[in-house]
Design a protein around this ligand. Structure first.
Ligand SMILES: [Fe+2]
Length: 308
């Protein structure tokens, strides 16, 4: 098997203001499946084609935003190796015991220079996608709402995204896939990185305030499902930020919208496959609008300013 190290985004812990309203939204509109609640009141969900117990966790709080974003690594030995590499790089890590999150093994937690909390873990209970692993049907009947395939990536906002990128590249073996340059032609406004063959597993935008969430994104399989998702958002009076449209960056088709607490989410489809022998793509400042929103060819103010 070619893939080692960090495998993929694993879970996003999202802060919400009203738990009941949020559970209804993530269940009925997003179509995620609730898989459990823990003693501290966190509610766990998975998307329909995910095998592991959870990928989205909601925590009630006074402020919306992202508590942490986690990546699943190959196995426990890999977790120990990466924890050692973080330490050698000078990054403080904390170990959270197995079971602190439902059905989730030991986690290694650390903070990025942008103050976002990242976790690595190797084990999460495989509850399956309901289709089995022998002669499976292609999809489940009786699904709800938008029904994304998986939680796919996140975009975070903070000041020192250069230091963030170095950690992802030098410690966790991520690769730079795309970048947007500022007017000076050298400073990165934004970077897209992958740990896999996806166009991105995490992205970051330079922003004065640390620790901010721009969006958590969910994969759909077709452009028609993106259109259907927009219909469902309108039917449920969900606040749409922009879309359906296309990103020039990654080529993904997209809708940005908000959960009831104001956290921006994305449903998207597409994006090319990335392999390590490919050069990163660069977007220049004069074409940044087309990079973000390919049809409008200009940024809206909200893209750069509305974060949780
Ligand atoms: Fe995205």
């Amino acid at each position: 098997m070619a893939m080692t190290g960090v495998l993929r985004p694993g879970h996003a812990v999202i802060r919400v203001l009203d738990l009941d309203e949020s559970v209804t939204f993530y269940t009925e509109v997003m179509g995620l499946k609730e898989t459990g609640r823990d003693k501290s009141g966190r509610v766990y969900f998975k998307c329909h084609d995910e095998l592991d117990h959870n990928s989205v966790v909601l925590r009630k709080a006074d402020k919306a935003g992202l508590d942490c974003f986690a990546f699943k690594v190959l196995n426990k030995a890999t977790l120990d190796t990466l924890a050692g590499r973080l330490k050698d790089y000078g990054i403080a890590t904390e170990r959270l015991p197995a079971g602190e999150m439902l059905e989730t093994g030991e986690r290694v937690r650390f903070q990025l220079p942008t103050e976002h909390v990242i976790e690595l873990y190797a084990e999460k209970t495989n509850v399956g996608n309901g289709l089995g692993r022998t002669n499976p049907d292609p999809w489940l009947k009786d699904t709800k709402g938008i029904n994304p395939t998986r939680m796919d990536h996140c975009l975070i906002y903070g000041p020192d995204i250069d230091a963030n990128r170095k950690i992802f590249e030098e410690v966790l073996d991520f690769t730079l896939v795309e970048r947007v340059k500022l007017e000076d032609g050298s400073t990165d406004l934004a970077t897209w990185l992958t740990c896999s063959a996806k166009a991105h597993d995490i992205a970051m935008v330079r922003h004065a305030e640390p620790g901010k969430l721009h969006h958590v994104s969910f994969l759909l399989e077709t452009w028609e499902q993106v259109l259907r998702a927009a219909d469902l958002m309108s039917m449920s009076r969900t606040s749409i930020d922009i879309g359906p449209t296309r990103h020039g960056i990654t080529r993904g088709t997209t809708i940005y919208f908000f959960d009831p607490s104001g956290n921006r989410l994305e449903t998207f489809c597409g994006g090319y496959d990335f392999y390590p022998d490919m050069e990163p793509i660069t977007w220049t400042w004069d074409e940044v609008g087309a990079g973000i929103f390919y049809h409008d060819r200009k940024l809206n103010e909200r893209f750069l300013t509305v974060v949780t």
